[in-house]
Design a binder for this molecule. Sequence first.
Ligand SMILES: Nc1nc(=O)c2c([nH]1)NC[C@@H]1CN(c3ccc(C(=O)N[C@@H](CCC(=O)O)C(=O)O)cc3)C=[N+]21
Length: 283
Amino acid sequence: MVATIMSGKLLSDELNEEMKLEVIKLKEKNVTPGLVVVLVGEDSASQTYVRNKEKRANTLGIHSVVEKYPEKMTEMELLRVIDRLNKDDHFHGILVQLPLPKHIDSTKILNAIRPEKDVDGFHPINMGKLVIGQPERIPCTPYGIMKLLQRYEIDIEGKNAVVIGRSNIVGKPMAQLLLMKNATVTIAHSKTKNLAAVAKEADILIVAIGRGHMITKDFVKPGAVVIDVGMNRDENGKLIGDVKSDEVQEVAGHLTPVPKGVGPMTITMLMYQTIESAKELLN
Ligand SMILES: Nc1nc(=O)c2c([nH]1)NC[C@@H]1CN(c3ccc(C(=O)N[C@@H](CCC(=O)O)C(=O)O)cc3)C=[N+]21
């Protein structure tokens, strides 16, 4: 068997066309969706990512601004920036690029963003709404994965879903979204015993570990849907996933590639939620 490749790039292109039309409709009503990205410090990976987002926003006709601040800015100064952006009607979405410098408490910063403008879905109000099954803003990576599963007509109800990784931005919200679709959900993590055996029970395996090529075919049930959230650099600086794709491809039924899998969908859902947020202003 050779796995069907689930293209996040392709689905992003499709959704981009829909979003362009949505933006045109909003502009006819004199609303231009606006996204502001706040970048503190000089981290090079962050710079690339922020550039990609800006490019995408521009193609869609979304008004996009990047505010850059020096590494040594204080927490209080950043809180004042957030406060100003919360009140600025040009921006329907605010994204504070993570990670922040160590002297700034990121929880405090995320809590300060108006939940309506929290297009990352990281605010505790939005997290809480997700957990009670009434989501409003959803973390973009798991949201994008749900769109991919839907696009490739993957059955979720009653299936065993195993999520490896328990971060607040991927693992936990991913588990909630799968649970809402009536999967039987297991969250595995670094302390899980016999990870390969647990993973091998999965009909849907979501891998967000952060270690290149860790998931070999021994972790994968034949025919399983494997979603690779990993973004690691190998010794040559090449972008690689958490899944050893050349061998898992021979076992899995579906597999997301890295790059062009989950990554583009994350950006797509960020744009999507910015547009949703702008639409709410009309109501
Ligand atoms: N508040 C906040 N929200 C985020 O969503 C957030 C963040 N902080 N900090 C950093 C991470 C990282 N992240 C990426 C999303 C897409 C790609 C992406 O599109 N990657 C391309 C490849 C890019 C390349 O070639 O380097 C792909 O997978 O095809 C990359 C990285 C969002 N993050």
